[in-house]
Design a protein around this ligand. Structure first.
Ligand code: 4NP
Length: 168
């Protein structure tokens, strides 16, 4: 684990579509803000079905169209140790948030919430699961994650409110 001051964990169900996309996008936002030494980024799934696998090829392709490289990421399952390691644990939807709340120790002092709490302008609270959905689902996931990443970065770096808008 890095010595970064703030550690962020994105969580979805399989860790092959939404949360690796969030990891790749947010890591690039952090890097472009020269904050990689201060903010560490990871992702995991509440299910273990895809442990060790690369992200879904549709997620890799949609991200690559916007110059995010997800190809080196590998899926892993959430562990109880994650609550000791991460300051922000951000769920893609209500179902995964419920699982995290069940696993969360009573003395966890970090921030556990939905990712889209950092993107009030999205007009929705969940990042829809694109796995069985329409072809444009992965681009929609990227739109939501880019908007939330801007708000999250502002919140962590103390530059104002979390009601971000996506970069133009
Ligand atoms: P994710 O999407 O939670 O965004 O990674 C899914 C990936 C796999 C499955 C469901 C959702 N699955 O049923 O295998």
């Amino acid at each position: 684990m890095s010595t970064a001051e703030t550690r962020v964990l994105f969580v979805c169900l399989g860790n092959i579509c939404r949360s690796p996309t969030a990891q790749g996008v947010f890591a690039q936002f952090v890097d472009h803000s020269d904050l990689s030494h201060r903010i560490a980024v990871d992702s995991c799934g509440t299910a273990d079905w895809h442990t060790g696998k690369a992200p879904d090829e549709r997620a890799i392709a949609a991200a690559a169209e916007r110059n995010y490289d997800l190809s080196a990421l590998r899926a892993r399952h959430i562990t109880s140790e994650d609550f000791n390691r991460f300051d922000y644990i951000l769920a893609m939807d209500e179902s995964n948030l419920r699982t995290l709340v069940e696993l969360c120790p009573a003395d966890y002092h970090g921030h556990l919430s939905l990712l889209l709490d950092f993107y009030p302008g999205a007009g929705m609270s969940e990042v829809p699961d694109p796995y069985y959905g329409a072809a444009d689902g992965f681009a929609r996931v990227l739109d939501l994650i880019e908007g939330a990443s801007a708000g999250l970065l502002r919140a962590i770096s103390g530059q104002g409110r979390a009601d971000a808008h996506p970069p133009q």
